[in-house]
Design a protein around this ligand. Structure first.
Ligand code: ATP
Ligand code: MG
Length: 398
């Protein structure tokens, strides 16, 4: 049993001491079996939310309508940073909107809970003795590195089309194959992705792109027709991405991955595209400046000033991944040659110029400041007060 489970054992044991069942479930059990790092330990129980709240003194209702209670560290737990999501066994009735169950019913039977989960490798439970409960032959699938829907694949994707994206994401992150019937059902239900919020689709596609097996995930996106139902997507860009990057290339971060994809679009307004995906403004700014930087054939002082060393290195890494000859020391050298990395580092400010050169606020002052900045960036002017004042007196009549 991994240390994360051992640490959480008192929680399971305390629930059991009150006469209920409790298990580790979901992704953490799968990841333990695969020898991967685990990030969150999910616990499922036959106790109803109100009963969980009576067992533990410190809880927060984080999704009580879905049966989830957050149990916080207290005298039961050893470490005061610990907290666990405890979810009551539940079933999900009809999905009329193809994304959220109309209602969830709490049940006392573990089987009912495991049955509603998406893939067999996500439907394990692990008891306090470390025994794996495997009702759907998930261990066999795990061993053969195969992703298979629990029960009828057609029903599962019809209920919740996000599972189509999750399947491709797991195929990429775990480097698993998708079992043929599951894949056919994904393809058949791909159009239902239009019912799923873009934010949730983005999370899955982003995890897919950041995985080592991203190429496989992208090929599945193409083969399943799912790409057709993603906002503004272009198949040719997806294909080029898989063909033009070397087989062992992994993206260093989300921004790099989305930029690499977007520079391969035939016609795209990057900002508009990303706004449709409802990502943060910060992400939009970062990706669109990467796509601008990508278009340059060589670095110079203004480009390093504009994009910064980190982004230029990200582009170098991407171009090296495309098999281009890249001199990684070039960006560092140019960056070191910059006198300033930000406007605020210019020693003379607008107010100094107004005071000492008798200038007024307005377009001329703006133009002078811009020119000073450009000259300093290109090392045509020294960033010291005497040189700058001299330059202004000589070049601008006032
Ligand atoms: P990750 O490593 O990304 O956390 P995970 O498998 O733990 O992967 P979560 O989204 O944390 O994924 O969900 C926890 C568990 O809940 C899953 O393992 C699965 O059993 C179940 N689950 C999550 N989303 C769905 C879904 N859309 N349909 C069915 N079951 C789901
Ligand atoms: Mg998880």
């Amino acid at each position: 049993m991994p240390s994360e489970f051992v640490r959480a054992l008192p929680v399971l044991q305390k629930i059991q001491a009150h006469g209920f069942e409790a298990y580790f479930v979901g992704g953490s059990v799968r990841d333990v079996l695969l020898g991967r790092d685990i990030h969150d330990v999910d616990i499922a129980t036959s106790a109803y939310p109100e009963e969980v709240k009576m067992i533990f003194p410190h809880t927060i209702d984080i999704g009580i309508e879905h049966g989830t209670v957050l149990v916080l560290a207290g005298k039961d737990l050893r470490d005061d940073t610990e907290h666990y999501e405890i979810t009551t066994f539940r079933t999900e009735s009809k999905y009329t909107d193809f994304r959220r169950p109309d209602s969830v019913d709490f049940v006392r039977d573990l089987r009912e809970d495991l049955k509603r989960r998406d893939f067999t490798i996500n439907a394990f439970a692990c008891n306090a003795d470390g025994e794996i409960i495997d009702l759907f032959d998930g261990l066999c699938d795990l061993h053969e590195r195969r992703l298979r829907a629990v029960g009828s694949a057609f029903e599962r994707f019809n209920e919740d089309a996000l599972r189509i994206m999750r399947a491709m994401r797991f195929a990429a992150t775990l480097e698993f194959e998708i079992e043929p019937e599951t894949f056919i059902a994904m393809k058949n239900h791909a159009s239902l992705l239009t019912k799923i919020s873009v934010e949730r689709i983005f999370i899955e596609l982003d995890k897919l792109l950041n995985a080592e097996g991203w190429r496989n995930g992208m090929l599945l996106l193409a083969q399943s027709d799912a790409w057709k139902y993603l906002p503004e997507f272009e198949l040719s860009a997806l294909t080029k991405l898989t063909q033009e990057l070397s087989v062992d290339f992994s993206f260093k971060c989300s921004e790099q991955a989305w930029a690499a994809l977007l520079v391969r679009f035939d016609k795209v307004d990057v900002k508009k595209f990303l706004r449709q995906w409802k990502v943060s403004n910060e992400f939009i700014t970062a990706v669109s400046s990467l796509t601008e930087a990508y278009k340059l054939s060589a670095w110079d002082l203004p480009s390093l000033y504009r994009f910064g060393l980190e982004k230029c290195q990200m582009i170098d890494d991407l171009k090296a991944g495309e098999g281009k000859a890249v001199d990684f020391s070039e960006a560092i050298k140019i960056n070191n040659a910059l006198q300033i990395h930000d406007k605020s580092e210019i020693v003379v400010t607008g107010s100094t110029l107004m005071r000492e050169c008798n200038l007024e606020a307005g377009p001329l002052l703006g133009k002078i400041l811009k020119t000073i900045e450009e000259k300093i960036v290109k090392n045509e002017l020294k960033n010291d007060k005497a040189s700058i004042m001299n330059f202004v007196t000589e070049n601008f009549a006032y």
